[in-house]
Design a binder for this molecule. Sequence first.
Ligand code: LIP
Length: 266
Amino acid sequence: MTAADTAAELLSVAREAASAACTLVHTNRPDSLSVSTKSTATDHVTDMDRASEALIREVIADRRPDDAVVGEEEGGDAALSGVTWWVDPIDGTTNYVYDHPGYAVSVAAWVDGTPTAAVVEDPTHARTYWATAGGGAFCNGHRLVLGDPPPLAQMLVATGFGYEARRRRAQGQVVAELLGEVRDIRRMGAAAVDLCSVASGRVDAYFEVGLSRWDLAAGMLVAAEAGATVESIEGGPPRAESVLACHPGRIDELRGLLVGLGAHRV
Ligand code: LIP
């Protein structure tokens, strides 16, 4: 099997799993949710996050029984070699709890630690993004290719805030300074969607600290395959703890600004 065949097979599993999960959580959203908290009083998990992850795991186990799976709600261990699935059953759970548009199901397959196939399904906007390594990024079947970036002062920059009050205050201070240097900021509430928004040109860049790998694992491949550079804020490979996605022609300037504001240290 060629690398492209492997990526195509993994993508088909990811698409099946994400689509089933979106039908469950969005199309068949229950009238009332059972909501509990995780790291802080505002970090929610619902019964539908858990049901979505269970369903995605069922699809993967059926089609790829030997692969490792790591998910936000059930955890798991990444494989040292071979395929690991990174699953965020509902990225943007706060949006989901409030029935606010912009949550997503995010499913990625990494082979030997390399992002290989990815799906981010955003049901409230009827957008399904997918990408394979070297095969390009798509939204609802349309190829995504980054256009020329605007000057720094005209960039629309997406970000997100953590769940812990001390960190949120520090993030707010960074954003207060950033607002004077760029066109504006956006806080949509789901990292996977933010990365796909970079890929689609709906924002010019995205940065955030304090995520988990399942938040990023699919969206970063979509952004990269559309032509964005995805790194950590301070430079080097992206980490869950620090991510910056931007057109390669503007990333150094934006990084200089963000590092100067201490965005990577909050
Ligand atoms: C969310 C991220 C978002 C971030 C939130 C949270 P969750 O993931 O996608 O970008 O700002 O703090 O981490 O918790 O909804 O899966």
